[in-house]
Design a protein around this ligand. Structure first.
Ligand code: ADP
Length: 299
């Protein structure tokens, strides 16, 4: 199973004068959704999180199931519900308001047995810096320990640092925890812009070296239209993504890249084919509006 772990939120997007359309969204969810499209039937794709027992939580699970994503491991909690965000438009610019501090997903690692049970079937586990950011300090430790045990038991671990300092208590904690997480991973898949802003890396090669030094098995640095750098101890290769015109909305570029990269790598073990798949899918996703774009026919 390809198992993504994180927070899926309710999204309220403006649909007219004063009305909103409800959807579900989240970085790790995007990756699971695209991985499901890209992987063949010999792989299950699952999502692990915690949700409430209320109607909106049930609707989110239905949404995932309709997308053929396995939700059987998801933790349900009576006393909490989903996080929510509202998108507002002003003069063509989008702004976001969040209600997520009490979301059930913040407790996804609070019950270690439930978390570990969900990992048992996983051949590849994918999580992000957002998955870590929303947890308590104690749960982060427990989560990373669970990742270490799953890896020892044979799972591969993939991680996108997805640096969002506003979700963390402070930037130093974010940097320390993301660095520790990189050390338990087979694949660390950052976007250079984040690394430049929050780690002060001079160039993508610096990000590669920093994550290899932290103990990452392989590092894949995305950088918008620029070269994707792929490295493991001793080798560094650069791949130029195919140029993309008519860019409409870059939401989920990195999430979709990660999904197709990992899916192709799991299928073929070929790095060049994996980057081409990742960049090919991300290139199509950014040519359309929204995070979840049906573009498999052209993958
Ligand atoms: P994120 O969404 O995490 O910021 P990036 O901007 O680094 O991700 O982009 C992820 C991938 O999407 C890139 O590696 C590339 O394949 C593709 N991509 C993003 N922007 C462009 C662009 N302007 N032209 C071509 N490909 C792009």
């Amino acid at each position: 199973m390809f198992l993504a772990i994180g927070e899926c939120m309710v999204e309220m997007a403006p649909s007219g004068s004063g009305t909103f359309k409800m959807g579900f969204a989240g970085d790790t969810l995007n990756t699971a959704w695209y991985a499901r499209k890209y992987l063949g039937n010999d792989w299950n794709v699952g999502y692990f999180t915690a949700v409430g027992t209320d109607q909106v939580s049930s609707e989110m699970l239905e949404f995932l199931q309709t997308a053929n994503i396995d939700v059987s491991g998801i933790r349900r909690m009576d006393e909490r519900t989903l996080g929510l965000y509202l998108i507002q438009l002003k003069d063509g610019e989008r702004s976001f308001a969040y209600w997520r501090s009490q979301s059930a997903a913040r407790c996804l690692a609070a019950d270690r047995d439930v978390l570990e049970a969900s990992l048992e079937q996983a051949g590849l586990i994918y999580f992000s810096g957002i998955t870590l950011a929303i947890l308590s300090a104690g749960d982060r430790k427990s989560f990373l320990e669970a990742m270490r045990s799953a890896r020892k038991a044979g799972a591969q671990i993939a991680f996108d640092p997805n640096l969002r300092p506003r979700l963390w208590e402070d930037p130093n904690t974010m940097r320390a925890c993301v660095t520790e997480a990189a050390g338990v991973c087979d694949f660390v898949m950052p976007s250079f812009e984040d690394e430049l802003t929050h780690f002060g890396d001079a160039d993508p090669k610096t990000s590669v070296e920093r994550y290899l030094a932290a103990g990452a098995g392989s590092v894949v640095v995305k950088n918008g239209p620029e070269d994707v750098l792929c490295a493991r101890q001793g080798t560094l290769r650069a791949f130029q993504p195919r140029p993309v015109s008519n860019i409409v909305d870059t939401t989920a570029a990195g999430d979709s890249f990660n999904a197709a990269f990992l899916a192709e790598y799991l299928k073929s073990g070929n790095l060049e084919a994996a980057v081409a798949a990742g960049a090919g899918l991300a290139g199509r996703v950014i040519q359309q509006r929204g995070a979840l774009v049906d573009c498999l026919e052209s993958v």
